[in-house]
Design a protein around this ligand. Structure first.
Ligand SMILES: NC(=O)c1ccc[n+]([C@@H]2O[C@H](COP(=O)([O-])OP(=O)(O)OC[C@H]3O[C@@H](n4cnc5c(N)ncnc54)[C@H](O)[C@@H]3O)[C@@H](O)[C@H]2O)c1
Length: 334
């Protein structure tokens, strides 16, 4: 039985706890949150015996094999370093770190300690995105000509001390939400040859909406990320990939449709790999990608096989690209 400790019992911590609860061979044994009542509630719900009010105490004291870090981004690195030094395997939510320097520290620590580390780039485990990865890797529809990814959200106001809107803690939408699609683009197509980012800012000069266009040889990719849509604006996660042999269109909740070049359309049947529904709220309604990523992580730790998807080095590169885009537009806040 793998013993897990979650640090950060907010939105994502709740998602992860629900997944561990239904995963076999895994037990949530310890939880930590600066808001003691959050930790106590999660411990009660899932039967975790040890409850802490700081992540550092959990790392120091709890008898766990895995430390799962669901803290605000600016706190990821210091906790991950302590956990690795203590001999734990570590799951870190995305964006894995806050700066390029932090990325270097994490990678050095992974090498030095031999810890197994995976990052919560959950799209890599989401059914419609796994389908897309296979289509691109297998060249099923020929070369990609253009690709458009969108992630559009109302303002995320649930965070502890409203940290998502504090650039010093989240890095803005251009790091926090945008990194999902930046990471998946890199997973599909590798590093772009060049990119041009444009941002719209609020009256405090903070990026609220980013549009970046990337070039790959003769192909072009655009990613749009925004989190200041009106409160009732429906969350959108989507892609549209124009291949030589047709176009694939996906929208969250509507699945994937393929339009062959010669005409017609085909709804792609993608069987959900896990159908658990979350009771935590937020934009996503299914636990699917979180269950899949934690299943992969825990199974590989149990079997001793290497972690090959959503690795630390890959996640650091995705953060570096998002940070380079932010630098190109003059910073997350000006
Ligand atoms: N993979 C995804 O789809 C996804 C979605 C949302 C958030 N995230 C990521 O998950 C991470 C957490 O985000 P969230 O939305 O859960 O935030 P949140 O504010 O809901 O939860 C963070 C929790 O950390 C606690 N906390 C703060 N400082 C602490 C400390 N020093 N020790 C212990 N607890 C502390 C807070 O009390 C809070 O409960 C972020 O990196 C975010 O970007 C990922």
């Amino acid at each position: 039985m793998l013993k897990v400790g979650i640090i950060g019992c907010g939105f994502m911590g709740g998602m992860h706890a629900a997944c561990y609860d239904v995963l076999e061979g895994v037990k949530l044994c310890a939880v930590a949150d600066a808001r003691g009542e959050n930790a106590a509630e999660m411990a009660e719900k899932y039967g975790a015996k040890k409850v802490y009010t700081t992540g550092k105490d959990l790392i120091e004291d709890a008898d766990v094999d895995i430390v799962d870090i669901c803290l605000p981004t600016f706190l990821h690195t210091e906790h991950a370093v302590l956990a690795m030094k203590k001999g734990k395997n570590v799951f870190i939510e995305k964006p894995v770190c806050f700066t390029k320097e932090e990325g270097k520290i994490l990678l050095e620590m992974e090498k030095e300690t031999g810890a197994k580390v995976q990052v919560g780039q959950g799209l890599r485990f989401a059914d419609e995105w796994v389908w897309l990865k296979e289509a691109v890797s297998n060249n099923t529809y020929g070369k990609m000509k253009t690709a458009v990814f969108r992630r559009l959200s109302p303002s995320p106001n649930w965070g502890w001390e409203n940290w998502l809107h504090n650039v010093e803690r989240s890095g803005s939408v251009a790091l926090d939400m945008h990194v999902h699609d930046v990471d998946f683009m890199r997973y599909l197509f590798g590093e772009p040859d060049s990119f041009t980012a444009t941002a719209q800012r609020n009256d405090k000069g903070i990026i609220e909406h980013i549009f970046t266009t990337y070039t790959y040889d003769k192909s072009v990719v655009t990613i749009e990320g925004c989190w200041d849509f009106p409160v009732d604006f429906p969350f959108e996660e989507s892609y549209r990939i124009k291949f030589e042999k047709g176009t694939a269109v996906y929208k969250l909740g509507e699945g994937v449709t393929f339009y062959p070049t010669e005409g017609g359309s085909e709804k792609i049947e993608i069987k959900p790999s896990f159908e658990g529904v979350n009771d935590i709220g937020g934009n996503v309604s299914s636990l699917g990608e979180y269950y899949n990523e934690l299943k992969y992580f825990t199974e590989r730790i149990a079997s001793g096989e290497p972690l090959l998807v959503a690795t630390l080095s890959d996640a650091v590169k995705s953060v570096e690209l998002a940070l380079a885009e932010i630098a190109q537009v003059g910073g997350a806040q000006i």
